[in-house]
Design a protein around this ligand. Structure first.
Ligand SMILES: NC(=O)c1ccc[n+]([C@@H]2O[C@H](COP(=O)([O-])OP(=O)(O)OC[C@H]3O[C@@H](n4cnc5c(N)ncnc54)[C@H](O)[C@@H]3O)[C@@H](O)[C@H]2O)c1
Length: 314
């Protein structure tokens, strides 16, 4: 995924070197909204369908619009970053120049994600952390601040399902799912806010789910993901005056290891064709792209929102 993106997008250095206006055949690259601060320039590039060898974009197969997200140099914590959606968010952040703390209860997995990012030129730190444990989360933020100086972005992504009809759902099934999703978001948000408040800026993105609308067999998960939206809206009102935004992303079915391991995966896969407007499962990068936008300078006046990434399924 990372390699695919690398080839699909021009890098910052390339964009910096572009003159204000280039017209080459049907390909137009133009600079818009130049900013005094060189780090926050904006260039919007319209790329023709035909590959252009002159500007090194050969192989880019579709008309595209690319904008600088202004994320370079920011520091992010992504919980549940060892694999799946969280890992994709970490990789995209790193690609955008974010220094990433990969936090996961699976310490080896967190280390592996961070190591892959470092091997591809990014800055990352793997930290073992259980988001349901306040002390573990405090240790995480202390480690990140010691390594990177501050925290600008938090993605509350850690979560899992324990699906069961209510009659067979145990108290442990309920508690574990609600704890990781809700208490996890509470612990992590509380821990990063002092740094964000001090700098009067910050982005918190909570990974909810389309399941917040209710799914049979997912009473615990649906309740927790709906609760996470309530938490998002309450927090957005509490911290907005500090210019900190808090938003939720609600993915539909995204093909990850966890989803592929479900006993009814084949059924889910078959249903997608019938129930989703864009008839495919989501990719981890679909969610990562939405998160990167909400984390960016481009989303500074969006808060308390829920961005559905479902391919058009409600
Ligand atoms: N995959 C989907 O279809 C889908 C759809 C909607 C929402 N989501 C949500 O997206 C998020 C990521 O899902 P995924 O499919 O990538 O899952 P995943 O199981 O692949 O990854 C979840 C990660 O969270 C970590 N984790 C679990 N408990 C933790 C804890 N207590 N502390 C720290 N880390 C912990 C796991 O070790 C794992 O690495 C979850 O919140 C999930 O509910 C997923």
């Amino acid at each position: 995924m990372l390699a695919e993106r690398r080839h699909a997008r021009p890098n910052d250095e390339y964009v910096r070197q572009l003159p204000d206006l280039i017209v080459s055949g049907e390909t137009q690259c133009r600079q818009s909204r130049p900013n005094d601060d060189a780090r926050h320039y904006t260039k919007i590039i319209f790329i023709d369908k035909r590959p252009t060898q002159k500007y090194g974009l050969a192989g880019f197969g579709a008309t595209g619009v690319w904008m600088n997200l202004g994320l370079r140099g920011k520091v992010a914590i992504v919980t549940g970053g060892a694999r799946g959606i969280g890992r994709s968010i970490c990789e995209l952040f790193a690609e955008e120049g974010v220094r990433v703390a990969v936090a996961d209860i699976d310490g080896d997995g967190a280390g592996a994600t961070a190591s892959t990012i470092r091997q591809t030129g990014g800055e990352a730190l793997g930290v073992r952390c259980d988001v349901t444990d306040g002390a573990s989360v405090q240790a995480l933020t202390a480690t990140v601040e010691a390594a990177f100086g501050t925290i600008h972005i938090l993605v509350n992504n850690a979560g899992f399902t324990r699906d069961m009809r209510i009659g067979r759902m145990t108290e442990a099934d309920w508690d574990s799912v609600v704890d990781v999703i809700l208490k996890g978001a509470f612990n992590c948000t509380k821990a990063v806010l002092p740094a964000m408040m001090e700098q009067s800026a910050g982005r918190i993105i909570n990974i909810s789910s389309r399941a917040h609308l209710g799914n049979p067999g997912q009473a615990n998960y649906s309740a927790a993901k709906a609760g996470l939206i309530g938490f998002t809206k309450a927090m957005s009102l509490e911290v907005g005056r500090n210019f900190i935004t808090v938003n939720a992303v609600a993915p539909g079915v995204v093909e990850t290891e966890a989803v592929r391991a479900l006993p009814h995966f084949e059924k889910i896969s078959a249903n997608v064709e019938k129930t989703v407007a864009i008839p495919r499962m989501g990719n981890v990068s679909d969610v990562a792209d939405a998160v990167a936008f909400l984390a960016s300078e481009r989303a500074s006046y969006i808060t308390g929102e829920v961005l559905h990434v479902t391919g058009g399924r409600y």
